[in-house]
Design a protein around this ligand. Sequence first.
Ligand code: SAM
Length: 231
Amino acid sequence: MSDWISFYDFKHSVIYVNARHRDVHYRKIAEDIRDYAASPAAHVLDYGCGEATSAELVAAACAQLVLVEAAPNVRASLTMRYAGHSKIAVVTAEQASALPADSFDLIVMHSVAQYLSHAELDRLLAVFRKQLKRDGLLIVGDVVPPHLAAPAAALTLLQVGAANGFFWAAVGGLMRIFVSDYLRLRKTVGLSHYEAPAMLAKLKAAGFATTRAPHNIGHNQHRMTFLARPA
Ligand SMILES: C[S@@+](CC[C@H](N)C(=O)[O-])C[C@H]1O[C@@H](n2cnc3c(N)ncnc32)[C@H](O)[C@@H]1O
């Protein structure tokens, strides 16, 4: 399903209607992740971080933040953005997979599971299970249920736009998504959807004791966040 990596490999992805939308989106995600980074000594991995324009907020609450981004142009822009930041490292997906066991107190993978095949997700969960410390936490966020995913995403975008002064840009952005590669890729490459019991079973099979969080990270509360600890 690597075509999705190419889809996201723009300096400014079509998914964000403008810079304000992108920054509101990443600020909310960073604030929510920060709430889980319970200790200033914590080592945190954000897998599939995207443009992560508010990563400093997470870094300020922990000892080290490793940003993992598979899309090369997005990664290059992250590397430039955080070049002078002593707590933030930017790595490829391959480099992340090669990191040693017991490295992280918190691993976050937010809004990525839908772009992975079931086998890819299983492989990554096994890597995360090894890299997580015994008392660590894995967060799998923004998991998309099979029904009403598109209307819920569109409604969330309009609501966030209305609340943050970019409603009409959000309307225009929705139209742009319609003529972008997004719908074609959704049909040809596909997206992975999960009901809550299916994701709980997947995480259990990977060696985690998991609960569903009361709130999804980010704005879209139609999607789900799971909190998984080594069993
Ligand atoms: C919707 S963005 C999520 C960005 C950020 N975590 C957020 O919540 O806004 C999806 C991310 O998944 C990454 N991605 C897509 N397919 C992937 C794959 N097969 N392996 C690793 N990353 C992938 C993309 O590069 C992109 O950064």
